[in-house]
Design a protein. Structure first.
Length: 413
């Protein structure tokens, strides 16, 4: 995946997360908030027909206010569907519409369309409740990582993917390895040799399946997990049957009782700790480099003001942003010079005194992350979102305001 694709993916996920957080804050009085998940293979005309049917059935709702709100939401969704051709975007889309509480007993009709979520929408869902249905989208955002899965014993093997939290079985094989009891007429030595040859052939077949599946994706692979009983999985890995680049990607081997498709799911369960470590390891390495530069190398910046100035200069190699950062930046006009202030997203816009003592005019207010990433994209800087699920990630948020950077060269800022 190219840097630009990685940047776009991170930014897109952030934008989705922001919309989901907004949707989760909305409440409707009664079951009047409509959510529709549309998979990529569902024709838009079918969705429109379904919405028309729901609109008709909504006329049976006893409460006049709820009936009106549901029908208004469905009308709004149908109007949005007119903008699409035969099929929805590549990964499908999710539509949200309804009258939400806006305080003081008032309601406000809102409609949102999220196109191309991070993972394809798997099935059509129509949901009408007092809250918008966001859980499937939240799971997609949590879906990180691409791992190869191999489970085997001497009888059978299965190979597949773990994409985020989704296990995808792909290939299976059965072995011709004879049982331990030899048939009459064969010497013990000959039988043992034939059995070892059959085991070796089977391991080669399993490695062939894995190589065919994983080698093409090796640069995107975050790791490979191997499961099965002992000593099978040990023999397989110790025998270097896998392609050498895949061998280096093996995160660990795990005891798994079953080696059919269900064994792939057991393998993921058994490897839970290893997967959690692998997920956070990427963030840890970024933060370790930041702290090393902070204490020794001088190629570190932190805090909104200093990091922004370095970004504008084009000196930031990687922009590190805490996933928990929820701030806005207010841009003030101070007699033709811009000054900035970071404020909590829920706070009112504060008055600002310029450096020369004059009162500032508010120029604009926008999401701080989007503000910084907008500059980063213009300067070829790679943004990285850092989890708070480990100590140094927490420090980025608590001690450095959730914003830092690793520099290309020292600027003294």
């Amino acid at each position: 995946m190219s840097t630009q694709e990685g940047e776009g993916s991170d930014r897109k996920k952030y934008e989705f997360r922001k919309v989901i957080e907004e949707l989760n804050e909305f409440e409707g009085s009664g079951t009047q908030l409509v959510t529709i998940y549309v998979p990529p293979d569902r024709q838009v005309s079918d969705v429109a027909a379904h919405v028309t049917q729901e609109h008709s059935e909504a006329s049976n709702i006893k409460s006049k206010q709820t009936r009106t709100n549901v029908q208004d939401a469905l009308t709004s969704i149908k109007d949005r569907l007119k903008y699409y051709d035969t099929y929805p975007p590549e990964n499908g889309m999710v539509l949200f519409s309804g009258a939400v509480d806006s305080g003081g007993g008032q309601t406000e009709m809102i409609t949102r369309v999220l196109e191309n979520p991070p993972q394809p929408v798997e099935s059509f869902r129509y949901h009408c409740d007092s809250d918008f249905l966001t859980e499937p989208l939240e799971q997609m955002l949590a879906d990180k990582g691409l791992y190869g899965l191999i489970v085997l014993d001497r009888r059978e093997a299965n190979v597949g993917w773990l994409r985020g939290k989704r296990v995808e079985p792909v290939k299976s094989a059965s072995s011709l390895v004879p049982g331990k009891q030899r048939k009459g007429g064969q010497s013990a030595q000959r039988f043992a040799r034939l059995r070892l040859e059959a085991i070796d052939n089977f391991y080669q077949e399993v490695a062939g399946m894995a190589n065919d599946l994983f080698v093409a994706e090796r640069h995107e692979l975050d790791g490979i997990l191997v499961g099965g009983p002992s000593p099978t999985k040990d023999e397989f890995l110790d025998g270097d049957y896998l392609h050498h680049e895949l061998q280096n990607k093996v995160l660990g081997k795990f005891d798994v009782s079953y080696t059919d498709e269900s064994g792939l799911y057991d393998l993921v369960d058994a490897a839970e700790d290893a997967l959690a470590d692998a997920e956070v390891m990427k963030d840890k390495s970024q933060m370790e480099e930041f702290f090393k530069q902070l204490h020794e190398g001088g190629l570190a910046t932190y805090g909104f003001e200093a990091t922004r100035r370095n970004l504008v200069m084009g000196s930031v190699e990687r922009l590190l942003i805490s996933e928990d950062l929820r701030k806005d930046v207010v841009v003030y006009d101070c007699g033709g010079t811009e000054e900035f202030e970071l404020v909590d997203r829920r706070s009112d816009t504060p008055e600002h005194t310029c450096e020369d003592g004059s009162t500032a005019e508010v120029e604009e207010r926008e999401d701080a992350i989007e503000h910084l990433i907008g500059i980063a994209e213009q300067r070829g800087t790679e943004p990285k979102f850092i989890s708070t699920d480990f100590e140094k990630g927490e420090q980025l948020y608590d001690a450095f305001g959730g914003i830092a950077g690793i520099l290309r060269y020292s600027t003294g800022v």
